[in-house]
Write a protein that binds this ligand. Structure first.
Ligand code: FUB
Length: 379
């Protein structure tokens, strides 16, 4: 570890007593890094003004620095890369609550012709005030294209403060998008990721525990009680649903996505280094389906491989080790013959967990189909 990284982490330790709620106890480095959230400037930071962490610590720079961006979902539309991120802002909320500090109100779209080239911020493309059913917290979005029409999928809390997933449409990948009047029927929780298979079928993967409320749907209907699996029980599963032809609804009731170990046994809820937490993404490589996701309180992007879009997916390893900040969220996309990992960290805000920035780096698959693990820090 470099001396700079040691200093950064040491600075974070000073604030650790202010941290509450779902903080990681098993990964001291990331817990300490996330602790800087609590001690950093409380000044509203809609436009980045905080002192950034030393860029020399990291393998990549934020794609944009005029705003904070997170949860990047990258797609290639018409030969160009479009990134659909969350737009992080500081609205002055200081409690950790159930992710209350992630109080995002709108979406921007970013685009670039090629990785490493100029990045365009297309500005606000949807605001929560223009989503009739939503009340707050526009979290991680995704997008899809069909027949020249573009679909922006996004989670938001409804008027009862329950997360659901909505869709908004546009004739351009860069928006602006017009929201449907109602959320997708039967949708719940967060982090939609829409995957188009080679046969033209579209599937939505979604779900997120803790702030994402997946643990409140264990019985199939919403309950205000948090129900996590007992130590010998399988982990909570992310969900999948095939999309209707018009991409505006589910064509079937959401099903569980099973993540199993090499012996075919579902991962347990207590297996926090490997079990699903949030941030589902699917890419297809050499005919196999790669389901990647965040392990949340252990801060990894992990992946599992399956033979169909529905799984089961067998756990294979780590795509990305913990980044600066509590959350880890990504997408994987092929462009101009190379594969890329889009991810975020809190380097631009000096470690404030709810003020993140989107970055990109190359991702490589080995001959046996495994993914080479990426470390976002330079050592
Ligand atoms: O950006 C808000 C939430 O943080 C996302 O929905 C999660 O995946 C995490 O990145």
């Amino acid at each position: 570890m470099t001396i700079q990284r040691k200093l950064l982490l040491a600075g974070c330790i000073a604030g650790s007593i202010l941290i509450t709620g779902c903080q990681d106890k098993s990964n001291p480095e990331t817990s300490k890094a996330a602790a800087s959230t609590a001690v950093a400037s409380s000044v509203a930071a809609t436009t980045p003004t905080a002192t950034p962490a030393d860029p020399a610590l990291f393998i990549g720079e934020p794609l944009v620095k005029n705003i904070y961006t997170a949860d990047p979902s990258a797609h290639v539309f018409n030969g160009k890369l479009y990134i659909y991120p969350s737009h992080d802002i500081d609205t002055g909320i200081t409690t950790e609550g159930e992710g209350d500090k992630f109080d995002m109100k709108d979406f921007h779209v970013l685009s670039m012709d090629t990785v490493g080239g100029a990045v365009t911020d297309h500005g606000e493309v949807l605001n929560v005030k223009d989503v009739p059913w939503a009340s707050r917290q526009l979290w991680a979005p995704d997008a899809a294209e069909k027949n020249g029409k573009y679909y922006l999928y996004f989670p938001a809390k409804n008027k009862e403060d329950i997360f659901q997933i909505g869709v908004a449409t546009s004739d351009s990948p860069a928006g602006p998008f017009k929201a449907e009047a109602e959320p997708i029927k039967g949708s719940f929780s967060i982090d939609p990721a829409v995957f188009k298979d080679d046969d033209g079928a579209y599937y939505m993967y979604f779900g997120g525990i803790w702030g994402g409320q997946l643990q409140r749907w264990a019985s199939g209907t919403y309950t205000t009680e948090d129900k996590y699996p007992a130590s010998n029980e399988p982990a909570l599963s992310p969900k999948i649903a095939r999309m209707s032809d018009d991409l505006l609804q589910f064509a079937e009731a959401p099903k569980d996505v099973q993540i199993i170990d090499g012996g075919g046994v579902p991962l347990l809820g207590t297996d926090s280094n490997r079990r699903f937490f949030e941030a589902a993404w699917v890419h297809k490589y050499n005919g196999k389906y790669y389901f990647s996701y965040s392990t949340g309180d252990t801060h990894y992007i992990a992946y599992a491989v399956g033979d169909t879009p529905y799984g089961p997916f067998t756990y294979k390893g780590i795509v990305l080790t913990p980044v600066l900040g509590w959350t880890n969220h990504h997408s994987i996309v092929e462009h101009q013959g190379k594969w890329y990992l889009f991810y975020h960290d809190s380097s631009l805000s000096g470690g404030q967990t709810h003020l993140r920035s989107v970055k990109v780096t190359e991702l490589t698959h080995n001959d046996d189909g495994t993914i080479n693990t990426i470390d976002a820090y330079l050592d």
